[in-house]
Design a protein around this ligand. Structure first.
Ligand code: IDP
Ligand code: MG
Length: 143
């Protein structure tokens, strides 16, 4: 299958507890190449826009508060079937339900503070990668 890109984010809980390196290594061991990455402290407006699809959900305010609580690490990740593969590698939203060996089973604290984000479709991956990275940062990966 052709190579594709997806967006991952090491979330503020995992950055604050020093798990960034282990999570990046886990993703690389799973066949992902890191094509762009930057530590950022999101503003409430940025986090709110990124998660706008969830704005009617009861956890939205907590999610925006959590995602702005400290730096996070957005990453453009490349692999064959990148979107589907990253969802497999991160595991279920709630670490209590995540399969053994997944990033969330290994590193997440709770359903809200769950260590990592991953795009859920190719369309959203394109939007989310473009949310954080410019074309020049992506070095022509997407023509
Ligand atoms: P996903 O990250 O596995 O795609 P989504 O349903 O898209 O899960 O939710 C986005 C994020 O919102 C989750 O990763 C988690 O941080 C938070 N979240 C989702 N559901 C809940 C909940 O029931 N309680 C608290 N936080 C939640
Ligand atoms: Mg989601």
């Amino acid at each position: 299958m052709a190579l594709s890109l997806t967006l991952g984010i090491v979330k503020p809980d995992a950055v604050a507890t020093g798990k960034t390196g282990k999570i990046v290594a886990h993703l690389q061991d799973a066949g992902f190449a890191l094509r762009a990455a930057r530590l950022v402290r999101l503003t409430p407006a940025e986090a709110g826009a990124f998660y706008a699809v969830h704005r009617e959900r009861p956890f939205y305010a907590d999610l925006v508060s959590f995602m702005t609580s400290g730096p996070c690490l957005p990453m453009a990740l490349e692999r064959s079937d990148a979107v589907g593969a990253l969802r497999q590698v991160i595991g279920a939203t709630d670490p209590a339900e995540a399969a053994p060996g997944t990033v969330r089973k290994l590193y997440a604290e709770s359903k809200g503070r769950n260590a990592i984000h991953a795009s859920d479709s190719d369309e959203n991956a394109r939007r989310e990668v473009a949310f954080f990275f410019t074309e020049s940062e992506l070095a022509g990966l997407w023509g």
